[in-house]
Design a protein around this ligand. Structure first.
Ligand code: SF4
Ligand code: SF4
Length: 145
C-alpha cells in the first residue's frame, strides 16, 4: 500500500506540514478561523529539529505494529489495507501505544484519546505530503516496512 515517507535532506523546517495537518483535522474550512485566538488545533505529525537537521515524524503504518499488539482495549487497529488507526471511542488514554511505538509517532491528545496519523483517509490523500513545498514528505508505494 502507499505510505508516507520522509526525505529529511529536503526538509527546511518550515512546519507547513504541521499547520496543514492541524487545519485539516480542525473541522474548520478557513485556516485563519482554525487558528483564531484561543484555538490551537493539534497536528498528527511533528517536525523534529536539531543541529540544522529537520524531519517529519509520523506513523509508518508498520506491517506488524507494536502499538496494535500492546493496546489494552483494542482501540489501536490495523485494517485490511494495512492502515493503522485508533478507534477514539475505545481509547482510554493509558498511553501504552505512545511508549511502545519505536518511531515516537503517537501523540497525546487534548483529552484522554491519543492522536496519530490517519493518512487523511477522509480527505482522499495525506495533506502533509500534498502541501510540503519541497517533497520532504511523499506518499507512495515502496513495499514493506
Ligand atoms: S512542509 Fe516539508 S519542508 Fe516544511 S517542515 Fe514540513 S516536511 Fe519540512
Ligand atoms: S504508531 Fe508506531 S508502532 Fe504503530 S504502526 Fe505507526 S509507527 Fe508503527
Amino acid at each position: 500500500m502507499e505510505k508516507i515517507y520522509v526525505n529529511e535532506d529536503r526538509c527546511i523546517g518550515c512546519h507547513l506540514c504541521e499547520y496543514y495537518c492541524a487545519f485539516a483535522h480542525s473541522g474548520k474550512t478557513d485556516m485563519v478561523k482554525a487558528f483564531a485566538a484561543g484555538q490551537k488545533p493539534s497536528p498528527r505529525l511533528v517536525i523534529e529539529e536539531q543541529d540544522n537537521i529537520s524531519f517529519a515524524v509520523s506513523c509508518r503504518h508498520c506491517t506488524d505494529p507494536l502499538c496494535v499488539k500492546s493496546c489494552l482495549t483494542g482501540a489501536m487497529e490495523i485494517n485490511e489495507e494495512g492502515k493503522v488507526f485508533v478507534d477514539e471511542t475505545r481509547c482510554v488514554g493509558c498511553n501504552t501505544c505512545i511508549l511502545v511505538c519505536p518511531y515516537g509517532a503517537i501523540l497525546p491528545g487534548d483529552g484522554k484519546v491519543v492522536k496519530k496519523c490517519d493518512l487523511c483517509t477522509s480527505f482522499g490523500k495525506p495533506i502533509c505530503a500534498e502541501k510540503c513545498p519541497n517533497l520532504a514528505i511523499v506518499y507512495e508505494e515502496r513495499g514493506e516496512v
